[in-house]
Design a protein around this ligand. Structure first.
Ligand code: NDP
Length: 330
């Protein structure tokens, strides 16, 4: 079976040459294990962190070993009484076309309840990130202004929609006019800013958020987030969810000092890692599934096809080539 391994630890922007393909023989199935055929693979910005060996909240990938991410797979053979042939499972799995896996850590997913790819997005890690980051850290109140960066992406598009469900005024920042149009027409954002065609982000945010920013859901960091600081309100809350604009930096970026802004406004900023809120995941999934079922939440995906295209799909996240969740169908 084909496997995708980490060949080099990238410096700066990752490239196709940082990955390589190998073939391996599928081992014999032992008691308790499953033989799985990969159906959908999630590519995520956080995998960039695992490609480097700097300390982080998850250990780095090993060189010349398979990369792993969220995968939905079909059970081809089972030696575990909890799963049967034909079931679909979700879990962290290696980038292999076919693999043998232990069943612990895998959960059964139902293709009749939601499309299989949704379990990697709105009903999976990115949906939970949006929901728990916004509600647990953002503590939004009806009528407040929510600003979301990375607004047309997997997490951001769900954050904005939840903001609308909770009665907030929602403004999004994204990289193209088409994306700005999409977040307004498809996801109900009140206003949008294309950061690539905007000279003065401080002014653009002030204009789009005339009452200031009460909750800032930050997916990108860097200069965009610096500009937000000039527009935060008293007692505002910032959710530091991600910083994709600096993931490929080779030097520490020159950033403005955030402390005076926070002091002046009695404002707060808090980091958020979805895995640290595992006890709230079941309730989160139930809430997201309910909103999805009621048609209050829409999910958009960019689906690439073919096992060999997984690395390119990952690289394209850094070029903004996805709308909503980027997944690869095998
Ligand atoms: P997205 O679907 O949002 O894809 C990434 C998007 O980032 C691109 O589409 C692109 O959109 C934007 N982007 C790329 N480069 C830049 C840049 N230099 N400046 C500004 N925007 C850029 O990915 P996810 O929704 O999966 O992840 C969003 C963020 O959330 C990431 O930072 C990720 O690391 C983080 N995350 C954090 C988790 C946690 O537990 N803390 C869990 C999951 C995700 P555009 O065209 O608008 O530039």
């Amino acid at each position: 079976t084909r496997t995708i391994n980490l060949k080099n630890r990238p410096t700066g922007k990752p490239e196709l040459t940082d990955f390589d393909f190998s073939t391996s023989v599928i081992p014999e199935l032992k008691e308790g294990e499953l033989l799985l055929s990969t159906k959908y693979v999630s590519v995520d910005p956080y995998l960039r962190g695992r490609m480097s060996d700097a300390p982080s909240y998850i250990p780095p990938f090993e060189l010349n070993k398979p990369i792993a991410s969220g995968v939905v797979a079909e059970v081809l053979e089972s030696k575990n009484s909890k799963f049967s042939k034909g079931d679909h499972v979700l879990g962290m799995m290696e980038w292999k076309e076919t693999q043998v896996a232990k069943a612990d850590g895998l959960i059964k997913v139902d293709p009749d309840k939601a499309p299989l790819s949704a379990y990697l997005g709105v009903l999976g890690m990115t949906g939970l990130t949006a929901y728990l980051g916004l509600t647990e850290i953002g503590k939004p109140k009806k009528g407040e202004t929510l600003l979301v960066s990375g607004a047309a992406g997997a997490v951001g598009s769900v954050v904005g929609q939840i903001g609308k469900i909770l009665g907030l005024r929602v403004v999004g920042i994204a990289g193209t006019d088409e994306k700005v149009e999409m977040i307004k027409s498809e996801f109900g954002f009140d206003e949008g800013i294309n950061y690539n065609s905007t000279e003065n982000m401080i002014e653009a945010i002030a204009k789009a958020c005339p009452d200031g920013v009460d909750v800032y859901f930050d997916n990108v960091g860097g200069e965009i987030s610096d500009a937000v600081l000039f527009n935060i309100n008293k007692f505002s809350r910032t959710i530091n969810c991600g910083a994709i604009s600096v993931y490929n930096n080779t030097e520490q970026p020159k950033s403005i000092s955030v402390q005076p802004f926070l002091v002046k406004k009695s404002a707060s900023m808090q980091g958020f890692v979805v895995f640290d809120y595992a006890d709230k995941h079941p309730q989160g999934i139930m809430q997201l599934a309910e909103w999805l079922g009621q048609g209050k939440l829409h999910h958009t995906e960019t689906i690439r096809e073919g096992f060999e295209n997984i690395p390119q799909a990952f690289l394209d996240l850094f070029e903004g080539k996805n709308k909503g969740k980027m997944v690869v169908k095998i």
